[in-house]
Design a protein around this ligand. Structure first.
Ligand SMILES: Nc1nc2c(ncn2[C@@H]2O[C@H](COP(=O)(O)OP(=O)(O)OP(=O)(O)O)[C@@H](O)[C@H]2O)c(=O)[nH]1
Ligand SMILES: [Mg+2]
Length: 336
């Protein structure tokens, strides 16, 4: 284990230095505000890669490795707890309330700690969050909107909501689906397209997409649905990249289900983060216990939130909150 002391002007600066030097797995052992301009943090990181003894018998090695792994996991957990309680002890009461509220709302610990530097109490937290969180004013500045995201998040349903609202506001719409992968996917969209009275193009090969988009350039908006896939699927990520390389006027919306596991969402960022995402949409807010993940992902992706969806009804269950409304949702949604 490597342990090191860091100094900087603010907690966020010092946390950045810790990450830069010790990597994302570093844990904070203690933190202290030394004076107005100086923060001290002691951080540690586990050994990277544990080398097995060359002498040990092959049969013993897996046993050794799994024991070591669980020992490291236990140590990590203990250090995390120390880090949290160390930080909490140093906070004044009002800030401690802010920290606890954010953690209760599923805001990631490091983000919550950073917010605590800016917000002196729960009242000022709303202002800080409102300033930080970005939303989109207009729905789309591009001709086409493409929805991407993990399996079952609500891409097709959201597409139907967006298309329906565009039609209601007097726009001429076309729908294209690239989802010929899942059984029943085309039928699902064919049904929506029939109800909405808009043309539907089914594209089974990405190389045909350009022609289909060009065909409908005369329309005001083109909505493109995609297959839901595991973000770890490299072929899928490359396919989306290929679409981006076609040079079409497409705005890409990444949809995430607000009730997904935070570990999954953060892991998915490693893959979706490589793509040209223009904005985020959060689905199933009605089913989620907390809205903290909306903040976590908007910080991770550094992209504005375009909309949230709040149920299965088309086109009713979609909202376009401004930053203040979103900040209120993040602070208030949950059980106390
Ligand atoms: N509660 C709730 N359910 C939703 C919401 N949006 C979509 N759903 C439901 O989620 C399920 C999956 O929705 P789809 O639109 O088919 O999801 P998808 O991302 O297109 O799925 P794949 O194409 O298979 O990846 C359906 O039962 C939808 O009615 C929402 O905001 N709230
Ligand atoms: Mg779908």
């Amino acid at each position: 284990m490597k342990i090191k002391k860091f100094h900087a002007r603010t907690f966020s600066e010092v946390l950045k230095a810790v990450k830069r030097e010790l990597g994302p797995d570093a844990v904070i052992l203690s933190s202290e505000q030394l004076n107005e301009n100086m923060v001290e943090v002691v951080a540690a990181v586990d050994y990277e890669g544990i080398s097995m003894s060359e002498q040990s018998a092959p049969a013993e090695r897996p046993t050794d490795l799994s024991e070591l792994k669980s020992e490291v996991a236990r140590l990590k957990e203990a250090l995390l707890q120390m880090k949290k309680s160390g930080y909490e002890m140093k906070l004044p009461d009002k800030k401690l309330k802010v920290l606890r509220l954010l953690l209760k709302r599923s805001v990631k610990e490091e983000f919550a700690m950073r917010l605590c530097e800016k917000a002196s109490d729960t009242e000022s937290l709303l202002k800080v969050l409102t300033e930080e969180i970005k939303t989109m004013d207009a729905l789309s500045s591009q001709k086409a909107v493409m929805l991407i995201g993990p399996t079952g998040v609500g891409k097709t349903t959201t597409l139907a909501k967006l298309a329906s609202r565009a039609i209601r506001s007097g726009r001429k719409v076309a729908v294209i689906t690239l989802d010929t992968y899942r059984i029943g996917a085309v039928e699902q969209l064919r049904f929506f397209a029939r109800v909405l009275g808009v043309p539907l193009e089914v594209v089974s090969d990405v190389s045909d997409l350009k022609d289909r988009v060009v065909k409908h350039m005369g329309r005001d908006m083109i909505f493109i649905d995609t297959t839901g896939r595991n973000p770890r699927d490299e072929k899928y990520i490359n396919e989306i990249r290929m679409i981006h390389s076609l040079g079409l006027p497409i705005e890409t919306h990444l949809l995430m289900s607000t009730n997904s596991d935070d570990v999954f969402m953060t892991d998915a960022y490693r893959y979706y983060g490589k793509l040209n995402i223009d904005c985020l949409g959060f689905t199933k807010v009605d089913e989620a216990v907390h809205a903290g993940p909306i903040y976590n992902l908007s910080v991770l992706y550094q992209k504005p939130v375009a909309y949230i969806t709040t149920g299965q009804r088309i086109p009713l269950d979609i909202e376009f909150p401004d930053n203040n409304a979103l900040a209120r949702l993040i602070i208030r949604k949950g059980v106390d």
